[in-house]
Design a binder for this molecule. Structure first.
Ligand SMILES: *Cc1c(COP(=O)(O)O)cnc(C)c1O
Length: 337
């Protein structure tokens, strides 16, 4: 298969339209068979539920080329399960989990020419999403839905080396207790946009959200979970019902335990104790782990080692598992071709 003529190592994180996308429609209480289309444009009524009441959720994962030349993706079954959770919380019909994985495989295979070669650092980002599409004006869930998957090639996350992030403790919230912080809904992002622009204007890379009930515990950033490493090499990550359950974070905890013999603690993390940690990182599909250099808490600066020794080891091991140079736990790598 002939690869597209793309300058892989200079790609950014932006939308590049690829040839095929998957579309399935839910009508009269059931999903149709769904299939691929070249049409990237969605036509819908002005009163579509998604436009009026933001009834939509999404997922994000990546396909890439391994050291031995296979196209694979990482734990798509967990994305399927998480999207099912999001749909249930949003009163949307679940797209069957096995069909979700099949549709991911089918969409990536159809866009294989856009999967960046091994060693380029670039990947094919996969975006499954669902939305209520029929006209709804009284507040209630839609009757009809569309499920889609598109793909877009994205560049290496750490272009020109790793620059540790500077974060600030946020005064605004992203998730209410008993709210929707634990599901991947667009609405969680809509309300974070003001704050991320403000953070950038003030010279910060990201906002760290605290629990909105007591403002005493660390939760996560706008789009990534957070991990800390203690001075004696233990991995600590916040536990809370309002954190989005990152697949990368869950995988890193298992890597820490089973590959690196580290102690792992998932527990509430107080804002008052974050100065005691040695290393800090953000984890998510995009970067695996982004090292944090500094968290600023209202003028008080807390410094971390950036890409410190433990975060480096976690990163290298999980990247190695994904790229096929380190043996993967059973079921983690879905081979596409
Ligand atoms: C998607 C997301 C993450 C990262 O999850 P991964 O499954 O690791 O990509 C973390 N936090 C939020 C708020 C997210 O939406």
């Amino acid at each position: 298969m002939e690869k597209k003529n793309i300058d892989w190592s200079n790609l950014g994180f932006g939308y590049v339209q690829t040839e095929q996308r998957f579309v399935a429609n839910f009508k009269n209480g059931q999903w149709d068979a769904g299939g691929l289309t070249t049409n990237a444009t969605i036509e819908m009524n002005e009163c579509a539920c998604v436009l009026q009441y933001a009834q939509t959720c999404f997922e994000g994962l990546k396909a890439y080329t391994t050291a031995d030349g296979h196209i694979v993706c990482f734990r798509p079954d967990l994305n399927a399960a998480r999207m099912a959770e999001s749909c249930r919380r949003m009163r949307m019909p679940v797209f069957p989990e096995d069909k979700f994985v099949e549709a991911v495989v089918e969409t990536v295979r159809a866009n294989a020419a856009y999967v960046p070669p091994y060693g380029s650092g670039a990947t094919l980002y996969i975006r499954p999403f669902m939305f209520g599409i029929d006209p709804i004006i009284g507040v209630k869930p839609a009757n009809e839905y569309q499920f889609r998957i598109f793909t877009t090639p994205v560049g290496p996350y750490f272009k020109g080396g790793v620059k540790p992030l500077t974060l600030r403790i946020s005064d605004l919230d992203r998730a209410a207790p008993k709210g929707t912080g634990h599901i991947k809904a667009g609405l969680n992002y809509a309300m974070s946009l003001y704050n991320i622009v403000d953070a950038h204007e003030q010279g910060y890379d990201e906002n760290v959200y605290v629990d909105s009930a007591t403002r005493t515990h660390i939760e996560e950033t706008g789009g990534a979970n957070i991990i800390f490493i203690t001075k004696d090499g233990k991995l600590v990550t916040p536990k809370s019902d309002t954190i989005l359950p990152s697949i990368t974070r869950r995988s890193l905890l298992q890597v820490a335990k089973d590959y690196l013999n580290l102690e792992v603690e998932e527990r509430p993390v107080a804002l008052s104790e974050i100065g005691e940690f040695a290393e800090c990182g953000l984890c998510g599909t995009a970067a695996v782990i982004s090292p944090v250099g500094k968290i600023v808490d209202h003028g008080k600066e807390i410094r971390y080692a950036g890409m410190g020794p433990v975060i480096q080891k976690l990163y290298d091991t999980l990247r190695g598992i994904q790229m096929g140079t380190v043996p993967a736990p059973a079921g983690w790598i879905q081979v596409i071709e």
